[in-house]
Design a protein around this ligand. Structure first.
Ligand code: HEM
Length: 527
């Protein structure tokens, strides 16, 4: 049997102590490296960054150019890597934040830990004094000064003007008896209604010119910023120059007293004699007129188009909506326009609007950039039964995209999330109550609370208009526009969708049907 005395051991140690020392060093370094790796792996967000700079840019562009739309890029990666994933696009690392906790962490730290992720072409196109681009201090002031005309109280005139415009235009297309694309119809009417509300523009050739310029500017917002003739950027910057001249002309005419209208622009100019911090300068007025048109037109028009599509596919909801709207119509004098009180009584229509916005995800995700290294708490799904809380590390300069689409389609927040069901907003009590026993007992013992049940849902689970400092400025305007649209459409007409194709428009950042949703109207009184 082989035995070693203490002496033998010491002899061995003295002979091979250098080898031993190196071995200990190697083992220690490896252990340290592995433990650090394990820690990193614990907090690291999975995903593929691909090769430097390029990353997965081409995969995103290819999804954007397909009829499945750019969210297909996100959907596939979530399938491969899990709910939280990172990727590299145009040289920047992007993390897609899929949870209500993540959304809360970012929205509540807007400007402090995160800022809006915008690119140079965007600031060049909409202007550096646009709400979308200004730093925090200016943002607060400009937003405050822009807000009043968009409050519910101020929108009653807009409601009546939009209602009249819509009533006449729907009548016209129905009389022509032809199929027309809802998207084009909506784009034109929202644009005309906004220009009327903002600047009282009614002249059709001027409206046409401004719309063309706004489209060119909008196209330039995400283009490569080089001034080469023929490029989208070049065309957008030229269009911006023309548009600013038009706006300048209008402001001068109003200041000279040659023109006077009661509208948004006038309300801004009436502050001319106020101290500098209580008014907008001309550049701020012009950049934000443009911003409001660009932010409001395509979003609202797309949402209205989706409501037509969803209601066509869900006749039960369409019939219930029509019933509610006809009863409002019958309660009013013949030919009277809608009032704010009418809109407030549209309980089912409001749920149709809510559900349309949840399902259509007009803005798929909201981009932010991390201003410092930080971590976001989130649920990590190990299996359907096993969820763990985990902290995800975000590095300074990374883009954190609040994935509103993922949240709106989350089956733990919405039962059968892919099903269009406006009535789901009656019963959202359960999620809240599971986490809030105090509220549950209040609800059970105080029936007065039941009238508010539909308002209760998990915070940050419904975010079509964002949240926090940057919540959509046009939230009320978008809602009333959609309510008026649903009222006039369902009380005046039935419709057939002439192309059932569900393919999405290529190269679009807002999901819209490639067909534009062509429909034919039949007047209810002709049935
Ligand atoms: C259905 C229609 C609309 C939807 C779904 C929508 C959605 C949104 C969302 C999600 C944001 C926040 C984005 C972020 O946090 O990064 C936003 C911001 C904004 N929206 Fe809307 N919007 C709609 C209509 C409108 C309308 C009609 C207007 C104006 C007339 C408007 C003006 C703005 C402006 C100015 C901002 C920037 C606010 C800021 O940064 O302070 N939007 N919108």
């Amino acid at each position: 049997m082989f035995t070693m005395s203490m002496e033998d051991i010491l002899l061995l140690l003295s002979k091979y102590y250098d080898i031993l020392l190196v071995s200990i060093l190697v083992i220690s370094i490896t252990a340290l490296y592995l433990s650090k790796g394990a820690k990193n792996a614990k907090n690291c967000i999975p995903g593929s960054l691909g090769i430097p700079f390029v990353g997965e840019t081409f995969a995103l562009l290819s999804a954007t150019n397909s009829v499945k739309g750019c969210y297909e890029f996100v959907r596939l990666r979530r399938e491969w890597h899990g709910k939280w994933f990172k990727t590299r696009i145009f040289g920047k690392i992007h993390v897609f934040v899929p949870s209500v906790e993540g959304a809360k962490a970012i929205f509540t730290n807007d400007f402090a830990l995160f800022n809006k992720g915008y690119v140079k072409s965007m600031a060049d196109a909409v202007g550096k004094k646009s709400l979308l681009c200004v730093p925090q201090e200016s943002h607060k002031r400009i937003r405050h000064l822009l807000s009043d005309p968009f409050s519910m109280n101020s929108l009653s005139k807009f409601v009546q003007r939009f209602d009249k415009m819509l009533y006449e235009r729907l009548k016209k297309v129905q009389r022509e008896g032809k199929s027309f694309t809802v998207l084009d119809f909506n784009m034109k009417i929202t644009f005309d209604a906004m220009c009327d509300m903002l600047m009282s523009i009614k002249d059709s050739s001027l409206l046409e010119q401004i719309e063309k310029d706004c489209t060119a500017i909008s196209d330039a917002m995400l283009s490569f910023p080089v001034m080469i003739p023929g490029t989208r950027y070049f065309k957008g910057i030229k269009a911006r120059g023309r548009l600013m001249e038009t706006f300048k002309g209008m402001i001068t005419a109003r200041r000279n007293g040659k023109e006077y209208y009661e509208d948004f622009l006038q309300s801004m100019l009436e502050k001319d004699s106020c101290p500098a911090n209580q008014k907008l300068d001309d550049e701020e007025i012009m950049d934000n007129l443009l911003t409001l048109i660009i932010a409001g037109q395509t979003t609202t028009a797309a949402a209205m188009m989706w409501s037509v599509k969803f209601l066509d596919e869900h006749r039960g909801a369409q019939n219930r909506l029509r019933e509610e709207q006809l009863s409002i119509l019958r309660s009013k004098p013949n030919g009277a326009l809608l009032t704010m009180d009418d809109l407030n009584s549209m309980s089912y229509a409001s749920k149709v609007v809510k559900e349309t916005l949840r399902m259509s995800n007009v803005l798929l995700w909201f981009p932010r950039v991390a201003l410092n290294d930080c971590s976001i708490e989130g649920k990590f799904i190990l299996s359907t039964l096993l969820h763990m809380w985990k902290s995800f590390e975000i590095k300074k300069g990374w883009h954190a995209n609040i994935d509103a689409t993922c949240i709106h389609y989350d089956p733990t927040l919405y039962k059968d999330p892919m099903q269009f069901n406006p009535s789901r907003f009656d019963v959202l009590i359960k999620f809240y109550c599971l986490e809030n026993f105090e509220m549950l007992s209040t609800l059970l013992f105080n029936h007065a609370y039941f009238s508010h049940i539909q308002e209760i849902q998990k915070p940050y689970s419904y975010i079509p208009f964002g949240s926090g400092h940057r919540t959509c400025l046009g939230i009320n305007m978008a809602k009333v526009t959609m309510l008026v649209f649903l009222h006039r459409l369902t009380t005046g007409y039935k419709w057939t969708v002439d192309d059932p194709d569900r393919s999405l428009e290529r190269k679009a950042h807002i999901p819209r049907l490639r067909s534009g949703c062509p429909i034919t109207l039949t007047a209810l009184q002709d049935e």
